[in-house]
Design a protein around this ligand. Structure first.
Ligand SMILES: Cc1cc2nc3c(=O)[nH]c(=O)nc-3n(C[C@H](O)[C@H](O)[C@H](O)COP(=O)(O)OP(=O)(O)OC[C@H]3O[C@@H](n4cnc5c(N)ncnc54)[C@H](O)[C@@H]3O)c2cc1C
Ligand code: SF4
Length: 331
């Protein structure tokens, strides 16, 4: 691990100022991803800005009727918060599907948005990786790519975004609040993470010095009809091979609103409003879920070891929508 300096600012403005003043600096929250990456010599910050004492640890109502989740609220406190459990059970479910209880007690909502890919080559300094070292190549494209992306890839990177929580945030149309050297701004979750393109080193659209202060959930929480289906190699403590957050509104058996977001298949949570539109005004049937699945996976490409994910994702979508509509058992 490289040596680094450390500071513990008391205000958001000071934290932003501290990070802007040091070119290679990083904010540190729970440290559950950053410290691992520093130990592996993948991240080499020269300065850490500890944000743990900033006043960003509350969950409160928004004027728009939604809920604001402070960036420093832990994943555990978010998942077990009474309002989240009641109004946004899909979000609670995705958080609890991730990591372990110990990790969720440390991990924060802000940090979860920024966690980096679990691509093995990214963690292995002895192999090429365009995300870790731009221009060095990609070990995964012609390598062992079982966990890698099938949608939105580029010829420079096929990594997936590993978060479970972000898949629900995508389905719920959350908004990320940031504060930076040029003031405050809101980023719709759909625009927060980016596809690799020819800059795979950039995971998101956050600018240098910008600090996430909160995540806003809109009023609509799909609390009645929802499901998170996470398919993985072990029943717990494993990242998703494919995951599906499905949320429906139903009038009898007619779908009046639908959201489907996928995890484990792309560099960002994957949504396609045209696919969801295929359900609106239609009966909630397996045949119609299948149409959504085909549309969502349009253009999917496998790289050999991960080609199975295309069919797996389609079947998972159909099943998750069935669970959300309470037509299938949850297990
Ligand atoms: C063994 C293991 C298993 C895991 N399994 C899963 C899983 O199944 N599903 C899942 O979703 N996650 C999983 N995780 C990941 C875990 O959820 C993340 O590590 C965690 O959410 C990161 O939060 P943190 O507060 O610890 O972030 P940190 O490690 O402190 O920071 C991570 C990054 O975010 C930046 N950052 C943190 N807060 C802010 C902020 N407010 N504004 C701007 N930048 C910020 C930091 O600079 C850093 O770059 C696992 C982690 C481990 C170690
Ligand atoms: S898939 Fe992306 S993260 Fe993995 S080795 Fe290739 S460039 Fe690096």
């Amino acid at each position: 691990m490289n040596s680094f300096s450390y500071s513990k600012p008391a205000s958001v403005t000071d934290a932003v100022g501290e990070q802007t003043a040091h070119q290679q600096s990083k904010f540190i929250a729970g440290g559950t991803n950053l410290i691992d990456l520093m130990k592996e010599n993948v991240e080499r910050p020269d300065h850490l800005v500890d944000i743990n004492h900033l006043p960003l640890a509350a969950i409160e109502d928004t004027e728009a009727g939604g809920l604001r989740l402070g960036a420093l609220v832990t994943n555990a406190d978010t998942a077990y918060h009474e309002q989240v459990e009641k109004r946004y059970p899909l979000l609670a479910q995705t958080i609890l599907a991730g990591a372990s209880p110990q990790l969720r007690n440390m991990a924060t909502n802000g940090g979860n948005l920024f966690q980096r890919t679990r691509c093995y080559y990214f963690y292995d300094n002895a192999t090429p990786c365009n995300k870790r070292e731009p221009g060095s190549g990609c070990g995964a494209i012609n390598g062992y790519n079982r966990i890698h992306a099938i949608l939105g890839t580029s010829n420079q990177c096929i990594a997936t975004h590993p978060s479970d929580m972000c898949v629900a945030l995508a389905a719920l149309d959350a908004t990320v609040q940031v504060s930076g050297p040029n003031g405050d701004r809101s980023i719709p979750i759909a625009d927060f993470h980016r596809l690799p393109g020819d800059e795979p080193q950039r995971d998101n659209t956050v600018q240098a010095g910008e600090l996430v202060t909160a995540i806003d959930l809109p009023a609509k929480g799909f609390s009645e009809y929802h499901a998170y289906l996470k398919l993985r190699d072990r029943a717990s403590y494993a990242f998703a091979l494919v995951s599906v957050a499905a949320a429906l509104e139903l009038d009898g058996d007619t779908v009046t609103d639908a959201r489907v977001a996928l995890g484990g298949v792309a560099h960002k949570p994957w949504r396609k409003p045209e696919a969801e539109a295929l359900l609106i005004g239609k009966p909630a049937t397996k045949e119609n879920y299948q149409l959504v699945a085909e549309k969502l996976l349009e253009g999917a490409t496998g790289f050999g070891h991960n080609t199975f994910k295309i069919e797996l994702a389609k079947r998972a979508i159909v099943r998750a929508l069935g669970i959300a509509a309470k037509q299938e058992p949850t297990e």
